[in-house]
Design a protein around this ligand. Structure first.
Ligand code: C5P
Length: 224
């Protein structure tokens, strides 16, 4: 059967990654969490005190960064590796969430990540979630969904997710972080977060995960 690219973009914590994972499993497609790649780069920048304003230093750092996804059969999920080390838990922590959008505005970082994501999806048969998949990474994606949800609902969902990882974070702090990231992500010069003209809008405020998956699959069916 024909393999396509499914792009799920949208605001932070709208359920993109949960939906993307389930859609990929249903179709037997690869799932690529592009946010995890920017988070891993952020971790590297913090660990190695990389300047965010010195293009030479940034380019040098990017040459030394290898981000990979490996399947963990025990947890039945893909996990992120930075230069061979499993950083799946580390990159989800709040200190990374608080810095990742600032690192993601850097043009050199975006060029490197976009090129890598295009390479990963070149054979198609992928579900990619992020901010610029339908606009910059795969403008020719067959299915483009732009996800949004009420910010209070998003903050609550995020708080539950963090609690499941034993991280107790105040709701206001989470809401502030989501709003700050959305603002930076939407206003940056290089591949900003925006709805592609041909993307279908999906507001998940009052939807269950199953309903979100069904919504995406209906759009996929129309293209197969
Ligand atoms: O998806 P997640 O919330 O983990 O993404 C973390 C951050 O990575 C976003 O807030 C954004 O700054 C950046 N990002 C991006 N482009 C993408 C995916 C994520 O700039 N395609």
């Amino acid at each position: 059967m024909k393999k396509i690219v499914i792009a799920l973009d949208g605001y932070s914590s709208c359920g993109k990654s949960t939906t993307a994972k389930l859609v990929a499993a249903e179709l037997n497609y690869a799932y690529i969490d592009t946010g995890a790649m920017y988070r891993a780069v952020t971790l590297y920048f913090l660990q190695n005190h990389v300047s965010r304003t010195n293009p030479k230093e940034i380019k040098e750092a990017l040459k030394n960064i290898e981000v990979e996804f490996h399947y963990n059969p025990k947890k039945k999920r893909n996990e992120v590796y930075l230069n061979g080390l499993n950083v799946e838990d580390e990159i989800r922590k709040m200190y990374i969430s608080n810095q990742v959008s600032e690192v993601s505005v850097i043009a050199e970082v975006r060029h490197a990540m976009v090129a890598e994501q295009q390479r990963m999806g070149r054979k198609r048969g992928v579900v990619m979630d992020g901010r610029d998949i339908g606009t910059a990474v795969f403008p020719d994606a067959e299915v483009k969904i732009f996800m949004t949800a009420d910010v209070d609902m998003r903050a609550k969902r995020r708080q539950v997710e963090l609690l499941e990882k034993n991280q107790l974070v105040n709701l206001d702090e989470i809401k502030e972080n989501l709003q700050k990231r959305d603002r930076i992500d939407s206003t940056r010069a290089e591949s900003p977060l925006r709805r592609a003209e041909d993307a279908v809008l999906l507001d998940t405020t009052h939807m269950t995960i199953d309903e979100q998956v069904e919504f995406v699959l209906e759009h996929v069916t129309a293209h197969l």
